[in-house]
Ligand binder design. Structure first.
Ligand code: PAF
Length: 510
């Protein structure tokens, strides 16, 4: 594809018509550094869309005239960097193009108070209004499918997510983690203004934040005053240092697993921001739903893509059912069930095919637990109070340090009620029966006729949803996804997008 530089708003329309493809949009104010390069190359590697980088120093987001005048301008170099890292087109509009005088169609937007009055909003009057105005204008001109933004400007990212929701724009935000320099400070166009000594001070500030992040999983708390004291001792001028909820930007609460530690400092004439995400444990995704909703396949793929542990709780109930049959345990009458359960071990082990095997008392039961015989009793066995209590406890032990995606029927409601993302995956009975019929792992289902299979699924749904203990219900805060008509990859991508909507990419980076 021929690489182009577009300078006029009207030319964008023509260009879009000719490319016949979706657009990845990377807005910048120029003076591109490795952070921007990461944005451009991520967009290039994400999909086969066309990548458009805009370079426009937006006067509306500067509350200080001198700051605007001093903003570094390196346009020739920016063009080279953009093209050599994956941009197909560069949009370099003039002020008049973006804000044509006397044009009534230009909307000057206000950022939402709740998000814009915290952190940087306190001292940068109108800054986020300016960002909303320019990005809304650019999105309307470019009409991209994806918008690439850095998590470095986390508050900006939240405000722009809110803008897209508010304006019901059909654009997906893709974010990249903060990129740091050799001395730990976040890459920023303004770093060019720093003297050696100022860099040292900022590096100290960043290392304090990174240290807090490292210690948080163990400490589970943060002492802001302690950090402030250390910064003041170095004569660092602090504009703010706050510990907040990462999405609402309200004060962090004790129960928040992920929180934001964000600060702004001044060094000479330059003002710099940095932040880290504090996590008590790694994130948990809970996926609940009825049999045949696509849960297992989706969960396995998500675990692989997000490098999370895959916790198949259904397999644990099946393994236990298998043992009950094998050992002739009369689970309905057994008085000593609790003690028997205590002696049972159920573990998952990765096998050579990079799948998972289930072992019960050291016996591999991966295949055998998928038989119709087990399917027909697992719901009954899983409704026994002692069984549930035993396995929920086991599951919680596995999930203590997080970093897993668990599938089942009561994950979001009972096992991990504090999971960061809860999904309720479902599909119509017809669709689920069709899937069961073509499931190679469910050999018996292939021999049962379609009508009987549907009746069996209905019965299983009824039993699961009406049992007294931990029935199958959607958690209040779960997101329901009906998978009829969607491919499994579409479902997985949707869940991964929802995950990154909740979990900043950089939260998981050491
Ligand atoms: O983050 C930036 O560089 C700017 O705020 C943006 C998003 C390009 C809008 O001018």
């Amino acid at each position: 594809m021929k690489k182009v530089i577009i300078r006029k708003t009207e030319e964008i329309e023509n260009w879009r018509r000719n490319i016949n493809n979706e657009i990845n949009f990377i807005p910048t104010m120029g003076n591109l550094h490795d952070g921007h390069i990461k944005l451009i190359s991520t967009a290039k590697n994400d999909n086969s869309n066309v990548n458009l980088v805009s370079i426009f120093i937006n006067p509306l987001q500067f509350d200080n005239k001198l700051d605007l005048e001093n903003y570094p301008k390196t346009i020739d170099n920016d063009i080279k960097i953009s093209f050599s890292n994956g941009a197909d087109a560069i949009f370099i509009p003039s002020n008049e193009d973006i804000y044509p005088p006397n044009n009534e169609n230009i909307k000057f937007l206000k950022a939402p108070k709740k998000l814009s009055s915290a952190l940087c909003g306190l001292n940068r009057m109108g800054h986020f209004d300016g960002v909303c105005t320019v990005v809304y204008r650019l999105l309307n001109i470019i009409k991209p499918k994806n918008l690439y933004l850095g998590e470095k400007d986390w508050q900006q990212l939240l405000i722009l997510k809110n803008l897209i929701l508010r304006k019901k724009l059909n654009v997906a935000i893709k974010s990249i983690p903060t990129q740091r320099d050799f001395d730990g400070i976040p890459l920023s166009s303004r770093n060019v203004h720093l003297s050696k000594n100022e860099r040292k001070l900022i590096s100290f500030f960043s290392s304090e934040l990174l240290e807090a992040k490292k210690n948080f999983p163990q400490d589970k708390k943060i002492d802001l005053n302690q950090i402030i004291k250390k910064l003041l001792a170095k004569k660092i001028s602090i504009e703010y240092l706050e510990h907040l909820h990462p999405h609402t930007l309200q004060k962090a609460r004790l129960e928040d697993n992920i929180s934001l530690l964000a600060g702004a400092i001044r060094c000479g004439e330059t003002r710099l921001i940095d932040h880290v995400f504090l996590m008590k444990r790694r994130p948990i995704i809970a996926i609940d739903g009825p049999a045949g909703s696509g849960k297992s396949t989706a969960t396995k793929l998500i675990a692989k893509k997000l490098k999370l542990l895959y916790l198949d709780t259904g397999a644990m109930y099946r393994a236990l059912s298998w043992l009950m049959i094998k050992e002739n345990i009369n689970y309905k009458k057994e008085k000593n069930l609790q003690n028997i359960l205590k002696g049972i071990s159920i573990v998952f082990k990765s096998n050579t095919n990079s799948h998972q095997d289930v072992y019960v008392n050291n016996y591999c039961v991966t295949e055998e637990i998928r038989s119709q015989k087990i399917s027909s009793i697992v719901s009954k066995i899983s409704s026994i109070k002692e069984v549930r209590e035993f396995l929920v406890e086991e599951q919680r032990k596995i999930g203590e340090s997080g970093g897993l995606v668990a599938e089942g029927r009561d994950i979001g409601t009972t096992v991990f009620p504090h999971a960061e993302l809860k999904i309720f995956l479902t599909a119509s009975i017809d669709e689920r029966a069709k899937r069961r019929k073509s499931d190679k792992n469910s050999k018996d289902s292939q021999e049962i006729d379609f009508h009987t299979l549907k009746e069996l699924i209905k019965k299983r749904d009824f039993e699961d949803s009406n049992r007294e203990i931990s029935p199958l219900i959607k958690a209040n805060d779960a997101i329901e996804i009906i998978t009829d008509g969607y491919t499994i990859n579409e479902v997985v991508d949707k869940i991964i997008d929802l995950y990154y909507d909740k979990i900043p990419k950089e939260a998981e980076i050491k």
